[in-house]
Each structure stands twice: as structure tokens, then as C-alpha cells.
Design a protein around this ligand. Structure first.
Ligand code: OFO
Length: 161
């Protein structure tokens, strides 16, 4: 049976994943409001990805005999200046989530819960990919003029998953 300490941090992580999903959905509608259909679509796909992570963690916790306790999702910000600002904000969110995941792995090692360590190491890798994904878009946006902004919008609009 998974320890209560680990149950607490995994439940907190589920809340963080769901908060990220809300944040990215809010960003998606903000971008849509500005007429950026491609960036908006990309953010919606990413919001769904975060919800999937929350459910995977919930399933894991339940499989280990723990209890999922869904918490209140705090309000997310709702206004940004530019597309670049939106993606910079999301990159910071990913960095924060990476730190939380690292702490869970550390606690799992301390508690000698190797199954939890294993399960969350997958998310350590996932966060490396996600940070690189957001950072790549931020870099491209920084070096793009108006035409580049339109081009990237079209490209991101074709994201499948
Ligand atoms: Fe859940 O992967 Fe991003 O945060």
C-alpha cells in the first residue's frame, strides 16, 4: 500500500496537472479571441494532454490501493500581451511542474517505493520533452516577424496529439 505522504503529493500533482489543463484551455480561448486559430488549437490539444496525465496518475494511485482526492482548481490567469507572452508563461508552468515531479521521485526513493519511483520517472522524461517543446516555440516566436507568426500559427494548427 502506498504511503500517505506519497498519496498526498500525488494528489497535489493531479491538481497541478488539472490546473495546467485549465491554464492551457484559457490560453487557447484567449488566442482564439485574437484570431489565432492554429495556436489556439495547439493549446487545446495540450490541455487535453495534461488532463490525460492527471487521469494516468489517478489510475496509478488507485491501482496501488491509494485514494484519489480531487481538490479545488484555483482560478487561472486570463490575459496576456502577445502570443510570445502566452508561450513564455506556459514554459514557466512546465518548469514548475518538472520541479514537482522531481520531488515526487525523490520522496518515492526515500520511502523505498520503487514502483512509484518507476512510474514517475516516465514523467521526468515527459517533462524534458515538454520543456523542449515549449522552449522551441518560444525561440521561434522570438525570432519571427509578422509573417513568421502567421506561418507558425498555420503549422501548430495541424497538431494531432
Ligand atoms: Fe503534465 O506534462 Fe506538462 O505539465
Amino acid at each position: 500500500m502506498i504511503t500517505s505522504k506519497l498519496q498526498k503529493v500525488i494528489n497535489d500533482q493531479i491538481t497541478a496537472e488539472l490546473w495546467s489543463a485549465h491554464l492551457y484551455l484559457q490560453m487557447a480561448y484567449f488566442l482564439k479571441m485574437l484570431g489565432w486559430e492554429g495556436y489556439s488549437h495547439w493549446m487545446k490539444v495540450h490541455a487535453a494532454e495534461e488532463k490525460k496525465h492527471a487521469m494516468e496518475m489517478g489510475d496509478y494511485l488507485t491501482d496501488r490501493g491509494g485514494q484519489v482526492r480531487l481538490q479545488m482548481i484555483n482560478l487561472v490567469p486570463e490575459g496576456w500581451g502577445t502570443v510570445l507572452e502566452v508561450f513564455e508563461h506556459s514554459l514557466n508552468q512546465e518548469k514548475m511542474v518538472s520541479k514537482m515531479i522531481n520531488k515526487i521521485v525523490l520522496l518515492a526513493i526515500e520511502e523505498q517505493d520503487f514502483a512509484t519511483e518507476n512510474f514517475f520517472r516516465r514523467f521526468v522524461d515527459e517533462q524534458v520533452e515538454e520543456e523542449a517543446l515549449f522552449a522551441g516555440i518560444v525561440d521561434r516566436l522570438k525570432s519571427s516577424g509578422n509573417d513568421g507568426l502567421l506561418f507558425i500559427d498555420k503549422e501548430l494548427g495541424s497538431r494531432q496529439k
